[in-house]
Design a protein around this ligand. Structure first.
Ligand SMILES: [Zn+2]
Length: 248
């Protein structure tokens, strides 16, 4: 078909429509976020039954319909199957997908974010690092892609290189202990500063493979949560579900 568009991406969410159809939200390398209609996707005999579930990663052929794009064919290369069978990992994976649907733009190059999503889900699936750390590092990298992650190498007030410091919410970045002598609820140890610099410098394929002590992780996560709170106007429903699991 003349107008068919081939995209590489992942199914972020799927919603039933009518009796047997489905509307899916894709995040793609070529077009960023794109909504797509899948006729008959919920019929047991449909070739799209499994291919249009969240986490399905692969190639999708789309053609324009009257109101939306339609799915013509799909070839899935990774289902991230183990995520579906583990409720906790599935909850973390859903957080990754939901944040992607919130920050991903339509009609934009999705290469960076899609690559990050792929490696974050792979890390969750293969448990390369603690799931909570994977999720936090993913958010930190998204903040960087959105231009909301400051550099942690120098004090934002005096410009001196940082050994230790504090994160100052009013500066949206780190200050040295001379510039912020009164202390802060966001301390930054040397290891935490290093973790931020590591996440900033590394590509997604090398990002999800380290460990942090509990104290360093706590500092790291506190700052990521603060910055993310500024990026999103409302909380993620997947994260609320995750908190329920974590309390069990
Ligand atoms: Zn300073």
């Amino acid at each position: 078909m003349q107008d068919t568009v081939r995209v590489n991406g992942i199914v972020l969410s799927a919603m039933p429509v009518g009796e047997a159809d489905r509307r899916i939200l894709l995040y793609t390398k070529e077009l960023g976020r794109i909504s797509c209609f899948v006729r008959g996707a919920r019929k047991p005999t449909s070739p799209f039954v499994g291919k249009t579930r969240p986490f399905s990663f692969g190639r999708f052929d789309l053609y324009p319909g009257r109101d939306a794009m339609n799915l013509q064919a799909a070839e899935i290369t990774e289902y991230f199957e183990p995520l579906a069978s583990d409720p906790l990992l599935s909850a973390y994976g859903s957080c990754v997908l939901e944040l992607t649907s919130r920050v991903g733009q339509e009609n934009s190059d999705g290469t960076l974010l899609l690559t990050l999503v792929y490696y974050a889900l792979l890390a969750l699936m293969k448990q390369h690092m603690a799931p909570e750390l994977t999720w936090t590092v993913f958010q930190a990298k998204v903040l960087e892609y959105e231009g909301l992650m400051p550099s942690f190498s120098a004090c934002m007030k005096c410009g001196k290189p940082l050994k230790t410091g504090v994160f100052k919410p009013s500066y949206l970045g780190p200050l040295c202990l001379t510039c912020a002598p009164e202390g802060s609820e966001y301390p930054l140890s040397e290891s935490t500063l290093y973790a931020f610099t590591f996440v900033r410098n590394e590509a997604p394929n090398r990002l999800f493979s380290f460990a942090l002590s509990e104290a360093v992780f706590s500092e790291f996560r506190q700052v990521v949560r603060f910055l993310r709170g500024r990026m999103l106007s409302r909380s993620l429903s997947s994260e609320e579900l995750l908190e329920v699991f974590q309390k069990q």
